[in-house]
Structures are given as structure tokens and as C-alpha cells.
Write a protein that binds this ligand. Structure first.
Ligand code: HEC
Length: 254
């Protein structure tokens, strides 16, 4: 039996009596699920391109944070160059090739994303500029998690970094995300998507994988359970294995 199947088995066993489907797409609170509202919706035609654009933007944004980790984690005094304006410019440049074909409504959602992405960098400025501190816990995954939180508050569109061996609880995969990860892994797909319902709301769910690279092994690699440089437990990912999928859920109007 493959490792993925064993993991799926363990997941199913642990979750056998919990709620299924898109319900765990959002965090369960005491007393039930929060009242849920998709603020921005797109037509059936506009949805797939937008979902892919948002997933790519998370991947590119993560890379920009990675490229700047040395600067971010430098204990030198004085403000760093990792400013909200620098981040916005870098992200817009990285995504420029996808901007030509956006419809006005897609463009509006894209600007909401830029707003969230930039705000996530802005609210971390004091942290990033702490003097005499090396590691500041501003990582690509943290930027992506905080951006997704702000973006969801503004638009209702859900973005997650869903993983079978997840570190942060908001990234716990739901049934569809597990299926996406396993299908991408087994069939070597570059992405995975599905039309679905969230309550009565029709949604498009899109998943794009992030691979585990040699650099990531320091914190996420083998041996599983050993301490990473931050003192957290490593997940035991192998090089090339799917670390997570960027999961985007977009509502359809009508
Ligand atoms: C310095 C240690 C460190 C390194 C190196 C590192 N990560 Fe992480 N990673 C973390 C931490 C800590 C979290 C949890 C962040 C949070 O608070 O949401 C995390 C979370 C993630 C998540 C979110 C999913 C989850 O499990 O919660 C993804 C995806 C991820 N990392 C991918 C990568 C990839 C890909 C690389 C290599 C390119 C990498 N990481 C390198 C420490 C690291």
C-alpha cells in the first residue's frame, strides 16, 4: 500500500464521525459554523481563470518572501527593504502576463488580492524591523495564511494551503482537498479542479500543488518528528513530494 493511501486511511479513521465535505473549508467554531457570506462572485465563464490566477499569485508571493528571507531575518538595525510597496511592485511584475485578459470584475478581485497581500506585509513591518532579532516568524506560509485571511474577510473567497501533513490547523484538508492532493500525486497532474456546492452556493474549487524542495527539508523533511531549526517537529516530507495544494474556492453568481 502506498504511503498516501495509509495517510488517507489514518485521516478517514480520525475523522469518521466529523462533518464532511466543504463544511471544514472554514474553521468550525463552538456552537456551529460561522454565518458565511461570499461577497464577490463571478460568472461561470470568469471563474476558472480567476481561481488559477489567485493560486499562482499565492505561489509567486511565497517565492518573493523566500527570496527576501535573508533581509527579513537580518538582525541589523534600521528599516529593511521589505516594504509593502516593494512587495506590491514585485507581485504585480511577477503576475503581469496574466493581467491582459482580466475582465473588469476579475480585475476588481485581483485588486482585492493585492490589497490583502500588501496589508499582510504592512502589518508585519514592526516584526520585520525588530532590531537584534534573527528569526522573526515571517515565512512564505505565514504571509500566505495572513493574506488569505484578509482576502476572505474582504471578498468571501477562500484560499488555503491545504496539506495532508499540515502544520497550521487552518490548513487541515477537507475531503475534496485530500482527493485533489492524491489525484495530482498519482496522476502527475499540474492542477485539479471541481464544480461543487457550499450550502446552496455553487462554487468552483481549484487546486495547484507546491512541491517540497531540498531547501524545505530543513524544516519539513526527514526524519519525521525530529526538531527543525525553530524547535518544531519536522513532517517527514521527501524531496519532490507534494507539500501542499493552494486551494481556491470561488463562488459563481446566479
Ligand atoms: C525555517 C523553517 C521552514 C522552512 C525552511 C520552510 N518552512 Fe514551510 N512552514 C514553516 C512553518 C513554521 C510553517 C507554519 C506557518 C504558519 O504559522 O502558518 C510552515 C508552513 C508551510 C506551509 C503551509 C501548510 C501547512 O502545513 O500549514 C507550506 C505549504 C509550506 N510551509 C511549504 C514550504 C516549502 C515549499 C518550503 C521550501 C521552499 C518551506 N515550507 C520551507 C517552516 C518552514
Amino acid at each position: 500500500m502506498s504511503k498516501s493511501l495509509i495517510l488517507l486511511g489514518i485521516f478517514l479513521f480520525l475523522n469518521w464521525n466529523s462533518s464532511w465535505g466543504t463544511e471544514i473549508l472554514v474553521q468550525k467554531t463552538r456552537g456551529g459554523f460561522p454565518e458565511y457570506c461570499f461577497v464577490k462572485k463571478l460568472s461561470v465563464k470568469e471563474v476558472p481563470y480567476m481561481a488559477e490566477t489567485l493560486a499562482l499569485a499565492i505561489i509567486k508571493g511565497r517565492k518573493i518572501v523566500f527570496r527576501n528571507l535573508a533581509e527579513i531575518n537580518s538582525p541589523k538595525p534600521g528599516p529593511k527593504n521589505f516594504t509593502p510597496d516593494y512587495f506590491e511592485k514585485s507581485l504585480r511584475e511577477a503576475m503581469a502576463s496574466r493581467m491582459h485578459s482580466l475582465t473588469p470584475k476579475q480585475k476588481e478581485i485581483w485588486e482585492d488580492f493585492i490589497y490583502a497581500a500588501k496589508l499582510a506585509v504592512a502589518i508585519n513591518q514592526e516584526r520585520i524591523n525588530l532590531e537584534g532579532v534573527g528569526f522573526k516568524y515571517f515565512l512564505p506560509a505565514v504571509w500566505a495564511r495572513q493574506t488569505a485571511f484578509i482576502f476572505q474577510a474582504k471578498t468571501g473567497i477562500v484560499i488555503k494551503q491545504a496539506a495532508l501533513k499540515y502544520r497550521h490547523p487552518v490548513n487541515r484538508p477537507d475531503e475534496t482537498e485530500i482527493q485533489a492532493i492524491l489525484s495530482i500525486e498519482r496522476r502527475g497532474l499540474s492542477d485539479f479542479s471541481r464544480w461543487d456546492y457550499f450550502g446552496k452556493q455553487r462554487v468552483f474549487r481549484y487546486f495547484k500543488p507546491i512541491k517540497n524542495k531540498a531547501f524545505c527539508a530543513k524544516c519539513h523533511g526527514e526524519p519525521r518528528g525530529a526538531k527543525d531549526p525553530l524547535g518544531f517537529e519536522k513532517e517527514g516530507f521527501k524531496k519532490g513530494e507534494i507539500r501542499a495544494v493552494i486551494s481556491v474556492t470561488l463562488p459563481v453568481e446566479g
